[in-house]
Structures are given as structure tokens and as C-alpha cells.
Design a protein around this ligand. Structure first.
Ligand code: UDP
Length: 488
């Protein structure tokens, strides 16, 4: 286990993007209430990776803001061996209704989850004080619920994943998780109500949508020079020489871009004038990078001059995602079989994660440079990459699955692909946006406004306040009940 170092972030800075009245309410009403309820106790967050993927992204957004308004919110990452992450990835796939690998989810795997929790718990408990509230994120740390509940801590389980339907795989996943959580969790938080299994009592269920930090390196404004410079230095495009292209770090200092991407391509990088279609994702089967490539090759290449960039984190860098390497290898093999005139228009880009802020800023530059952003996921808990692209006024073509449906109003603030496996529907939408600049601009402007209205962090912090307060009182009630029973 290790702690992720976080610096406080001032909410008032966000008033340049979030309407000031919303910021004021948070700073003057919500934060003081939270501080007084917690009376010095901490909201302790636990997950299984410090970078790469939506959960880490969200924690990097919300926790510094919490700390900035005087609410201590430390973040610990549990560590485990590959066998554990094979199990949790299997679980992740099945929660999304897919089998993933062929392995089982039985007592042995439960033992693996419990074993890691038992091993990590003592070190964690050393960091906790009586009265702290614990938020466990996603299935990986679920084994800790029982142990920490027995120690008397209020427990919140925040599940970032899910699908709107049930099948044999979702049932396997939820049957597996149930004994780890049921009876030990005070409040459950999901991204959509339909994701929660039936056995979760509805009075303990809350829905919170994720949010992005509009000023983080991932989303901050970048000048055209900084964008072109970043993409040129990294080798992603062949752009002009720009002196010292840079971005602003969270601590306020300016850094020069020097990150070099690892790119599978054939031929020279595209020039700055070439329209680019981008999908940024982990190399995960449910993101369907291969499907994006096929859809682009079959249905976009014949009608446009655009190039496609599939962008993901370097495959050795996301500690809780063991499938990345294989997925990138498979898609590279498929790419090699494309005719040369087509493969030269598809670029497979892996970004180093050793400097997460610069990685974020480079993702930012890529999204801002894109003519169209795709997110053709087969399943998606929420889809922060969609929010990020919408905030940058980009027209997004994304599957009508999971949390993406909550973000995009079809035809207004993006285009939904109703059947994520329908490559022709996907290709038609991308082609239309590439060829109709006015439409792309109108959709992009509406997309940005939608993110400002619904997916910035002030509203989620407000909701988190309620969840934490309820978890504390429920826990107090339960603890009271437990000790009364003990007295009888
Ligand atoms: N991401 C990143 N670098 C990469 C690829 C992805 O920072 O090379 C980020 C991406 O910008 C987004 C997050 O990882 O913030 C992915 O979150 P999302 O909700 O889209 O999907 P998840 O990975 O949680 O399934």
C-alpha cells in the first residue's frame, strides 16, 4: 500500500469556469457543513491505481478540491500480485456483461481478494483514526469492507462501473461481490441507478455523476502554439518548431513539453492541416479500439482525408489493468494487415505515464487538435474521455451505452451510435462531422455548455457531502445497535 501525495486546490480558482454563484455556495455553505460534521476526521479513499483510467482521474480532481476547502481526504493505493489483478479484471469484464477470460469466480478467487485485503489492512488501519470515513473505490478493495466495518469505520463503496442490463456474467460478478460487501457497507454510490444489483437496499443507494477539473493540465486552455508544439515534440504530428511549448502544472508552475510518444505507424506523421479522428482510452477490449479502426478504415477513409489516432497509456503503466499489452499487440497485428495506403492513415499512440500531469496535458493537446473525437465503447461506466472532449468543444461520436447516454444529447451535444457494433453507423456519423464544419461547431459549442452545466466538480462535492454525512449517521446507528445487543 502507498499514499498518493496530493496538494490542496483552491475552489475559487474554478470561478473562471464554474459560475461564481455555484463556487460561492460550495465554499460558504457546503464546505463548512462538511467540516463541522467531520470535526477533524478524514475521508479516506482507497483504490488500486494512482494513474491511468477514470477512477484515478476522478480522485485527482475531487480530493485536492476537498483538501482545498479544509476537508482532509487522503488517498491510499493497495498493491497486489498479478493473480489478484487477473481476478479483478475478470470481475470488471463481467460487471460489464462480458466474460473476459475463461477463468472462474469462485471461492479461490474470493480467497485471493480477501487475502490481499487482510494483508493490506493492518498498514491501512495504522493510518486511520476512529471516526474517519472510508470510501472504497471499485471492486479491487472490496475485501476491506468487512475488516474496516468490524473496526467501526463508516464504509462507503463507490462503484464506477456497470451496465444497464443483466446477463449471466453480470450475475456471476454481483453474486461474487455480494459476500464481500453486504452488511458491511453503510452507503453505496453508483454512476447510474440501473447499475446497482437488486440486493443493495435502495435507501443505501446514491447516484453521483463524475466530474472533470476544468483547469487541470488535462483540460486547461492551451494556446495553438502549445498544442502544435506538444504534438510535434512528442512525434504525434509533423508540425512547426515552436519555442518552449508548455502547460501549467497543478502547483501553478509552467512546464515545457518533452514527452515522446511510442507510436506504431507507417510513413511520416501527418501535418497540422490533416483532420484527425481520435479515441483516447485504456487498451481494454470494452473500449473497442479495434472496432474503431475497422469502422474508420471501411467507412471513413473512402470519404475523407482524415487520419485516425488511437491513443492509450503505455501498456506497462496501469497497474490494475493486465490486459493492455495483449490488446495493443492484437490491434497492431490487425493494423499490419491493412493495405499500406490505409495503414498510413492509422496511428497507434502509447503515452508514457511516468509524469501524469504532462501525460494529461498531452492528452489535452491531442483532444484539442482533433477534428472529431470518438468513444465507441461496448460498455462504459461513465466515460470521462467523452466529458473531456465535450468540454473542449469537440464533436464527439460515442456509443449509446452507460454513462455516455447521460452526457450526450443525441444530435445536439454529440452524436450517439445506437448499436456500438454497427461500424457503418459509426463511420457515417464521423464522416458527416468531418465534412460539415458548421454542424461540428454547433455540436461542439453545445457540448461545452452541457459539461459546464452538469459535469464540473462543485455539484459532485455537494452530493458527496450528503453521502458522507449519511454514512456517518448510519454507522453510528449500527454501532449503537451493536453495542446494545452486546449489553443484553
Ligand atoms: N487517460 C489518460 N492517458 C491515456 C489514456 C487515458 O490520462 O493515455 C485518461 C483519460 O483522459 C480519462 C481516463 O484516463 O481521464 C479514462 O477514463 P474513462 O472514464 O474514459 O474510462 P476508464 O478508463 O475509467 O474505463
Amino acid at each position: 500500500m502507498f499514499e498518493v501525495k496530493l496538494s490542496p486546490r483552491s475552489m475559487t480558482e474554478l470561478a473562471s469556469v464554474i459560475p461564481p454563484v455555484r463556487v460561492y455556495r460550495l465554499v460558504e455553505d457546503v464546505a463548512p457543513e462538511m467540516r463541522s460534521r467531520l470535526s477533524g476526521h478524514e475521508i479516506v479513499n482507497i483504490n488500486s491505481t494512482a494513474s491511468g483510467g477514470g477512477v484515478a482521474e476522478m480522485l485527482h480532481v475531487l480530493l485536492p478540491l476537498c483538501i482545498g476547502v479544509g476537508v482532509p481526504a487522503p488517498w491510499f493505493v493497495i498493491e497486489a500480485e498479478p493473480e489478484f489483478f487477473m481476478t479483478t479484471k475478470r470481475l470488471h469484464n463481467r460487471i460489464h456483461g462480458n466474460r473476459g477470460d475463461t477463468g472462474p469466480l469462485n471461492d479461490v478467487e474470493l480467497g485471493v481478494m480477501r487475502g490481499v485485503a487482510e494483508r493490506e489492512a493492518p498498514e491501512l488501519i495504522e493510518e486511520l483514526q476512529v471516526g474517519d470515513v472510508v470510501i472504497l473505490h471499485d471492486p479491487q478493495p472490496a475485501g476491506l469492507a468487512k475488516i474496516l466495518h468490524a473496526e467501526g469505520y463508516p464504509i462507503i463503496w463507490r462503484c464506477h462501473v456497470g451496465v444497464d442490463f443483466d446477463n449471466e456474467y453480470t450475475k456471476q460478478a454481483w453474486d461474487f461481490l455480494r459476500p464481500l460487501l453486504e452488511g458491511y457497507v453503510d452507503e453505496y454510490v453508483f454512476t447510474r441507478g440501473s447499475y446497482a444489483p437488486d440486493w443493495i437496499p435502495r435507501e443505501q443507494l446514491r447516484i453521483i455523476k463524475p466530474a472533470i477539473d476544468p483547469l487541470a493540465p488535462k483540460n486547461q486552455e492551451l494556446s495553438d502554439d502549445d498544442i502544435l508544439g506538444a504534438l510535434t515534440v512528442s512525434g504525434i504530428i509533423a508540425g512547426p518548431q515552436v519555442s518552449d511549448p508548455g502547460f501549467k502544472r497543478s502547483d501553478g508552475t509552467r512546464s515545457t513539453f518533452d514527452m515522446v510518444a511510442d507510436i506504431v505507424r507507417q510513413g511520416p506523421p501527418p501535418g497540422p492541416e490533416v483532420p484527425i479522428v481520435v479515441q483516447v482510452s485504456r487498451w481494454d477490449p470494452l473500449k473497442d479500439m479495434a472496432g474503431v479502426m475497422r469502422g474508420f478504415v471501411e467507412h471513413v477513409v473512402p470519404h475523407t482525408d482524415a487520419h485516425l489516432m488511437l491513443v492509450g497509456p503505455s501498456v506497462t503503466s496501469v497497474s490494475d489493468d493486465p490486459e493492455g499489452e495483449q490488446i495493443l499487440r492484437d490491434i497492431t497485428a490487425e493494423w499490419r494487415n491493412l493495405p499500406a495506403e490505409v495503414s498510413s492513415r492509422v496511428h497507434l499512440v502509447s503515452l508514457p505515464m511516468d509524469d501524469p500531469e504532462q501525460n494529461g496535458a498531452l492528452v489535452n493537446a491531442i483532444q484539442r487538435h482533433a477534428a472529431v473525437v470518438a468513444q465507441k465503447s461496448l460498455a462504459e461506466g461513465f466515460g470521462l474521455t467523452v466529458t473531456e472532449a465535450m468540454f473542449k468543444s469537440k464533436p464527439v461520436v460515442a456509443s449509446a451505452v452507460g454513462g455516455i447516454i447521460d452526457q450526450i444529447v443525441d444530435g445536439e451535444s454529440g452524436v450517439l451510435v445506437h448499436d456500438p457494433r454497427d461500424l457503418a453507423e459509426f463511420g457515417r456519423a464521423v464522416t458527416r462531422l468531418l465534412n460539415d464544419e458548421e454542424l461540428a461547431e454547433r455540436i461542439g459549442a453545445a457540448a461545452k455548455q452541457r459539461v459546464i452545466d452538469y459535469f464540473l466538480p462543485d455539484s459532485s462535492l455537494d452530493q458527496w457531502n450528503e453521502v458522507v454525512v449519511t454514512a456517518m449517521s448510519r454507522n453510528r446507528l449500527n454501532t449503537g445497535e451493536r453495542s446494545e445487543v452486546g449489553l443484553q
